[in-house]
Design a protein around this ligand. Structure first.
Ligand SMILES: O=P(O)(O)OC[C@H](O)CO
Length: 190
């Protein structure tokens, strides 16, 4: 029990190191005054190189959280996934205002169920251009939350076949919570 709690807390603390916030602070700025601190917000504010760097670091921390948690308490991958995503979304180091959780979620899945991750990501990426060309003007919702809302339930189905269901559900639940808060704040609107 203690080891499970340690795995969760460690993952949460690691998730709380939100790369986009750290990057912007190093530039003497705080991206959150204008945008979300994930890959797309970083791209809008600082360009492609910064966005790639920030996304990679956030993906890596998701992967690292699951690997460390499995060493501390075998079978705790799902707890680590939920911890690292919650940390990224509600970072204890940065006033509980973080990103949307996609990057650390992908990183965690990459370790436990790479095929589930790749299939779900491919699905989400395929949805985005179709959505932009068809329904976005009507729904006025940003393409990324739309694609996530569609890909997450389908991804859970994929996970029943390709593995990582526990991690998938744990990470999705944390992301759904954050998505609800962001939409309530009026963010994510197109
Ligand atoms: O959900 P985040 O914070 O990992 O950010 C994800 C990217 O912005 C998606 O483009």
């Amino acid at each position: 029990m203690l080891l499970l709690a340690a795995a969760f807390i460690l993952s949460y603390l690691l998730g709380s190191l939100v790369a986009g916030v750290v990057y912007s602070r190093l530039r003497g700025d705080d991206i959150r005054t204008r945008d979300l601190p994930g890959g797309s917000g970083t791209y809008r504010q600082y360009g492609r190189g910064a966005a790639v760097l920030v996304s990679l670091v956030d993906i890596l921390k998701g992967a690292l959280a699951v690997m460390l948690a499995e060493q501390i308490a075998p079978g705790s991958g799902w707890l680590a996934t939920s911890g690292v995503v919650l940390g990224h979304c509600y970072p204890v180091w940065f006033g509980l205002r973080g990103g949307g959780g996609i990057a650390p979620f992908l990183g965690a899945l990459l370790v436990v169920a790479p095929w589930t991750m790749l299939a779900t990501l491919a699905l989400a990426l395929a949805v985005i251009p179709v959505y932009r060309a068809t329904a976005q003007a009507r729904l006025r919702l940003n393409a990324i939350p739309f694609a996530a809302a569609l890909a997450l339930p389908l991804g859970a189905l994929i996970a029943t076949r390709l593995g990582g269901l526990g991690e998938f559900l744990a990470g999705s639940a944390a992301m759904a919570l954050r998505a609800g808060h962001l939409l309530a704040e009026g963010r994510g609107k197109a």
